[in-house]
Design a protein around this ligand. Structure first.
Ligand code: SF4
Length: 370
């Protein structure tokens, strides 16, 4: 058994899976405070009306499209043109002809738009403090070292990575298609070609289980020991407590969560019926709550996603597995700085053209496999 593991290390999948619940996968960068005005209850109705009115006026005047991630404050979501997860925002941004693509989200998503945008477009971000603890785990030097050791290796990077990492990758994937992309590569590559999945070990585990369910061995798969500190901290006891309080509720889990392996065990051991505990991407959760008949749903993901979910199913009771699952990076986006972003046309996100060219290859492959 390998000891002394750090976040960002790369291990054979079986070792990574054995160690993922015991390794400290905390953030390697500072987690900022959530600004007071990111909480809707701290904004007066008068302020909200003014700011939302100005945002609506300015986006028309600028010919701007606002693409907001599901985890940003709900006041922003309510005034945005597109709300979705990273994959959906990338697809919608790439399809738009608006002059300004304004994206309240985090830097790695802004970079995707900047790499895909048309020549006349400008990408703007309301805050430059909106980073990501998961993307920070993807150390590009470790990836290059792995590629040197495995010259015929194939690198799949989760979309939650910076452009330098994508430029080193063969494929990108999102949580919605991580298993599908990994399976596709395994079945369409040389029998001995090693595959590296990075940076989220819980999502890598989820993809690995899909491979095993299709009869594949994990011998060729390597995983990076990275995690999102928000999802990783949704632990098995959070889900169990809510299941005990709400025995009739269906549970839906984002596969980045620290409870993923325990929840899978619940299903595999017959403790919870398969249809009562499901795994979905951020966007997939919204579709699921619309489809299932259950009036109560336990939701294991960042709590911001409950806003679009409750808009989709206003009559259902949505129960967060952990109320503390808040991404402070996403909450750096506020209605105030969105307004300033449109008013002052700041902050422009630019990317190195050569890096963008290399990163577009795995991004476009991902968009084709969806
Ligand atoms: S929720 Fe996690 S993965 Fe998403 S932006 Fe925040 S830190 Fe990154």
């Amino acid at each position: 058994m390998i000891l002394d593991i750090e976040a960002g290390d790369i291990l054979p999948a079986k070792d990574a899976i054995a160690l993922m619940d015991q390794t400290d996968l905390g953030p390697s960068i500072d987690v900022p405070e959530i600004p007071e005005n990111a909480h809707p209850e701290n904004i007066t109705e008068e302020e909200r009306e003014f700011l939302q009115g100005e945002v609506r006026r300015l986006k028309k005047e600028r010919n701007a499209l606002i693409l907001a991630h599901n985890y940003v404050p709900r006041d922003i979501q309510d005034v945005s043109d597109v709300i979705g997860d990273s994959l959906f925002l990338a697809q919608q941004g790439a399809a738009s002809d608006a002059d300004y693509l304004v994206e309240p989200s985090v830097l790695f998503m802004n970079q995707i738009l900047a790499a895909l945008k048309k020549p006349h477009q400008t990408v703007l971000a309301p805050s430059l403090e909106a980073l990501c603890s998961l993307a920070a785990h993807a150390d590009v030097t470790k990836i290059r070292d792995w590629k040197e050791e495995h010259p015929d290796g194939i690198v799949i990077s989760y979309v939650n990575t910076y452009l330098e990492v994508k430029a080193e990758s063969d494929y990108c994937c999102a949580s919605a298609n991580a298993g599908k992309v990994t399976l596709h590569i395994l079945e369409n590559s040389g029998a001995k070609q090693p595959i590296l999945f990075l940076p989220d070990v819980f999502l890598g585990f989820y993809a690995a289980k899909l491979l095993e369910s299709k009869g594949h061995s994990l011998d060729r798969l390597h995983l990076m020991m990275g995690a999102c500190h928000v999802h990783e901290r949704i632990r098995p006891h959070h889900v169990l407590e809510q299941q005990q309080l709400h025995p009739e509720a269906i549970t839906v889990v984002h596969p980045e969560c620290g409870c993923t392996s325990a929840c899978m065990r619940q299903v595999n051991e017959g403790i919870v019926p398969e249809d009562m505990l499901q795994f979905r991407s951020t966007q997939g959760m919204i579709k699921l709550v619309e489809e299932v008949p259950h009036p109560e749903v336990i939701v294991a993901t960042e709590v911001g996603n409950l806003h679009p979910m409750s808009k989709a199913v206003p009559d259902k009771t949505l129960i967060p597995a952990s109320r503390e699952a808040l991404c402070a990076y996403m909450k750096q986006n506020t209605l105030q700085n969105l307004y300033e972003c449109l008013r002052d046309l700041k902050h422009e996100i630019t990317v190195d053209p050569e890096l963008a060219r290399r990163a577009r290859i795995p991004i476009e492959r991902m968009l084709e496999i969806v």
